[in-house]
Design a protein around this ligand. Structure first.
Ligand code: GDP
Length: 301
């Protein structure tokens, strides 16, 4: 895969380099491996968990060759990843019994939230679904403008109000409009200011409460968008947003331009939230449903 190949070269090449000239997995190899995983942004906790499991394997089997190491590592990484592809394997499908299916998108500014919403809207449109966008980031004029550009580009309606209006009111209007028009999917953008945890929590809670007046079990999906190239920042953002609201899906963007695909592994493990989508570029088609096997293959070639 074009986009993910950068990740592959780096992680796999680093491991290969780390074990070059060695035949046996020993403490030195494990130290090198630990270093590779940490510098690939897997995160310290998840790295130590992986190393510990390999140590246990080495202790049990007495001798593990370095040529077996990548196979073992593949298995360990796969066991930590949580995918969330639709049951029938169809990409970009949504549950048929939830109409409209409401997605509330959260994340800090700059991570690719608007772009991900645009790409998603396009995929749903291609799958024959009707989509409504809600511009509930009423704090930044640019956010609404960007979302409008995507709405025109994809050909889906957008619900907005003036700058500074109540985000919950925009969310209410959006779901009401979707119900009135029999739309299949609602995607609501929210403000990405991480100024203060309490404010963030209050704002997201209010948006949810108000949309539940129209659709009692909305939002069906709270999608946190994280920039896969930001390493520890992505972990910190996941910590803050999961504390503020019930995030149940992740989109990890910018995996095209980074050697840091390890974020996907660490976040999946630390927060136990499935990675649903990955962003692999700025273009409208550069969004994929996350598939564990493909991802692990891309790390190891
Ligand atoms: P927002 O502030 O979170 O809404 O971020 P935007 O959607 O405006 O995206 C910020 C920048 O990241 C823009 O230049 C996007 O084109 C770029 N971007 C978004 N997703 C991706 C991705 O998957 N790969 C790359 N390379 N760039 C991306």
């Amino acid at each position: 895969d074009e986009g993910l190949s950068k990740t592959k070269e780096n992680v796999f090449a680093k491991i290969t380099r780390a074990v070059a000239g060695k035949s046996k997995v020993d403490d030195e190899v494990l130290d090198e491996l630990e270093n590779v995983l940490v510098t690939s942004d897997v995160g310290v906790d998840t790295t130590l968990k992986i190393i510990k499991r390999i140590e246990e394997r080495v202790a049990r089997d007495k001798y593990v060759s370095t040529s077996e190491l990548t196979g073992i590592l593949r298995q360990e990484i796969a066991s930590l990843l949580i995918e969330n592809g639709s049951a029938d394997g169809e990409s970009f499908d949504i549950p048929a019994d939830q109409k409209p299916y409401v997605i509330m998108v959260v994340g800090v500014n700059g991570v690719g939230k608007t772009t991900t919403i645009g790409k998603l809207a396009n995929r749903f449109r291609q799958a024959g679904k009707s989509v409504v966008l809600g511009a509930a980031d009423t704090f930044r004029a640019a956010a609404v403008e960007q979302l409008e550009i995507w709405s025109e580009r994809v050909g889906v309606p957008i619900v907005k109000q003036q700058m500074g209006s109540d985000p919950a009111s925009v969310a209410y209007d959006t779901v009401s409009s979707a119900v009135a028009n029999g739309a299949d999917v609602v995607i609501i953008d929210t403000a990405g200011r991480l100024h203060n945890k309490i404010n963030l929590m209050n704002e997201l809670t209010k948006i949810k409460r108000v949309m539940q007046k129209v659709i009692p079990d909305a939002p069906h999906e709270v999608l946190l968008v994280l920039d896969g190239s930001t390493g520890q920042n992505a972990f910190e953002q996941a910590r803050q947003f999961t504390a503020a609201t019930e995030v149940n899906a992740l989109a990890v963007t910018k995996l095209d331009g980074t050697a840091k695909g390890g974020v996907v592994i660490g976040i999946s493990d630390q927060f136990k939230i499935p990675v649903k989508y990955i962003g692999l570029g700025e273009g409208i088609d550069d969004l994929q449903v996350f598939r564990k096997k493909e991802f692990v293959d891309s790390l190891f070639g």
